[in-house]
Ligand binder design. Structure first.
Ligand SMILES: C[S@@+](CC[C@H](N)C(=O)[O-])C[C@H]1O[C@@H](n2cnc3c(N)ncnc32)[C@H](O)[C@@H]1O
Length: 258
């Protein structure tokens, strides 16, 4: 067995020069207790995922935004080029242009699962000669509007009151993922129903006509309205449910819900 090498004596460390002792902590005078702040109701802790910067770009760089759009072609290849572009590699203006073009060129102007819309009958909705006018019309419509971005349950609790009127337009039953994954689940219809049972305000909800929704909301006034579902090249007449917590005035008028 090999012998363990002898460890040399470690010389004692010299004493450190005297460090002045820390003075005792001075006694702090009693701090008067702060009055409790009123609880801010349901403010989200974290802002959501950063939005595409369309609004700030339109506000701050309108000329440049329009200039980018000036020579864009409404073409499937252009659409696909926008689709695969990674926003992280784009400037804010390019990112806003990408978002705007995809939205305008996509079927149903939806965000997830966008695909290029073409029609034998309709013109393209992105009118490159009227960008500023179109944006300005939206801007005028929203001039006196608050825009929120929060979970429906928080929003309903936050804004409920005897004078409040809610128009509730959840995703369709059976198409809960249509607006993105995991933001609305089938169980949310029950949660929404329970919440709407407790509110002080009034609501009207539009939703597709299914036995499950009729069963869930049978405690409210349920009526139907004729509307059209548009799919590529076809128009289908359907009946939608209108659900209210008040007696609606009788009307057989056909409504355009969206
Ligand atoms: C049928 S659309 C309503 C369309 C709207 N009425 C309009 O005219 O544009 C359903 C909307 O619910 C939103 N949504 C889905 N899940 C939500 C949730 N958990 N909280 C709040 N909104 C939600 C979707 O993003 C979508 O905009």
């Amino acid at each position: 067995m090999p012998l363990e090498p002898e460890v040399p004596d470690v010389p004692e460390l010299p004493e450190l020069p005297l460090v002045p002792e820390e003075p005792d902590e001075p006694e702090l005078p009693d701090v008067p207790e702060l009055p409790e702040l009123p609880e801010e109701p349901l403010v989200p802790e974290e802002p959501d995922v950063p939005d595409e910067p369309l609004e700030p770009v339109v506000q701050n760089h309108l000329e440049e935004f329009v200039r980018y759009l000036k020579w864009i072609l409404i073409a499937r290849n252009e659409f696909n080029r926008f689709k695969i572009a990674n926003p992280e590699t784009l400037t804010d203006i390019q990112w806003a242009v990408r978002f705007y073009c995809l939205l305008k060129m996509a079927y149903n102007s939806k965000i997830p699962n966008q695909f290029f819309r073409v029609s034998k009958k309709r013109q393209q909705s992105l009118n490159l000669l009227r960008i500023e006018e179109d944006l300005s019309a939206v801007h005028r419509r929203l001039a006196r509007v608050y825009i929120e971005n929060m979970h429906y349950a928080d929003l309903i609790r936050r804004f409920d009151g005897p004078e409040t009127f809610f128009y509730v337009a959840p995703p369709y039953y059976g198409l809960e993922d249509y607006y993105g994954k995991d933001i609305f689940h089938r169980e949310d219809f029950g949660i929404l129903r329970d919440l709407l049972t407790t509110i002080n305000g009034k609501f009207i909800m539009s939703i597709n006509d299914t036995p499950e929704i009729r069963e869930l909301f049978k405690g409210f006034n349920v009526s139907t309205a004729a509307t059209n579902y548009k799919s590529i090249g076809k128009i289908k007449r359907v009946s939608e449910l209108l659900i209210t917590n008040y007696e609606p005035a009788a009307s057989t008028r056909t409504c355009g819900l969206f």
